[in-house]
Design a protein around this ligand. Structure first.
Ligand SMILES: NC(=O)c1ccc[n+]([C@@H]2O[C@H](COP(=O)([O-])OP(=O)(O)OC[C@H]3O[C@@H](n4cnc5c(N)ncnc54)[C@H](OP(=O)(O)O)[C@@H]3O)[C@@H](O)[C@H]2O)c1
Length: 241
């Protein structure tokens, strides 16, 4: 029987690359999206062309509890097992202290912390049955403190914290880990100047930006590991050293 992975925010960028890496392994792939319907459908088509009937899409806004409940139901009904949940979806934008509103809080915490937590709650029984695992995607910059990103940072720090707590709570059946990317891609809808890019690259010991493939590679490593849980793996070219 094929294994099944459920990836949130998988229509584009890092999530898409992760999905394509599981296509190579012949897994069933549940592609979650919120607004990128066309990208998600095209990705599912590409995967199904390679491996028949292995990819489906699921839509939902992770800020909205009713949507999260509906996503859980669809995911539970989709394939016989769930072996891996990847909490990859994320909203990312600055919130200088004087501009913070509850709306910003709901948005940044919804996708980066609350949504992932309730997805884990809803899918844990099926993950237990398959002795599966959970990978939360966080952010390597948290440890240094990032000005103007207090809500995003708090949400990702919360996600790292529940990674460790749930690694204990859901053991021995489910392994729970996180991957903390460094500077991989420019934020969506942002283009850095050459000067900005050079400055970032200068701060990275491995002297390049990361790529989607670097994250997919780490995800695949964790997906196949049998004796790692509660760990945060930094994939950042050494930037956080
Ligand atoms: N890119 C980097 O350099 C970098 C650095 C550090 C950490 N990370 C982390 O790595 C992961 C992937 O990064 P990325 O840059 O590929 O992510 P991204 O493009 O910023 O976001 C991935 C997807 O998240 C979905 N999303 C956002 N808000 C949502 C909501 N409320 N409900 C449901 N889905 C929502 C969006 O789906 P739709 O498009 O369908 O709306 C989006 O395509 C993220 O967790 C990010 O925080 C990335």
């Amino acid at each position: 029987m094929n294994k099944t992975v459920f990836i949130t925010g998988a229509a584009k960028r890092i999530g898409k690359e992760i999905a394509l890496s599981f296509k190579e392994l012949g897994w069933n792939i549940i592609i979650h999206y919120n607004s990128s319907k066309e990208d998600a459908l095209n990705l599912a088509k590409e995967i199904n062309n390679a491996n028949k009937n292995t990819a489906i899409t699921v839509q939902g806004n992770l800020d909205v509890k009713e949507d999260v409940n509906a996503i859980i139901k669809e995911v539970l009904d989709a394939f016989p097992s769930i072996d891996l949940l990847i909490n990859n979806a994320s909203t990312f934008y600055p919130t200088p202290i004087d501009d913070i509103s509850e709306e910003h809080w709901e948005k940044l915490v919804g996708s980066n912390l609350k949504g992932p937590l309730f997805l884990i709650q809803g899918l844990k029984q099926k993950l237990k049955e398959s002795k599966g695992s959970i990978i939360n995607i966080t952010d390597t910059n948290l440890s240094k403190g990032v000005a103007n990103y207090s809500i995003y940072s708090a949400a990702k720090a919360g996600l790292e914290s529940i990674t460790k707590g749930l690694a204990r709570e859901l053991a021995p059946e489910i392994k729970v880990n996180a991957i903390a990317p460094g500077a991989m891609l420019e934020p969506p809808d942002v283009t850095w100047t050459e000067e900005q890019k050079s400055k970032v690259i200068e701060s990275i010991p491995l002297k390049r930006m990361g790529s989607e493939k670097d994250i997919a590679e780490a995800v695949n490593f964790l997906a196949h590991s049998q004796y790692i849980t509660g760990q945060i793996i930094k994939v950042d070219g050494g930037r956080s050293l």
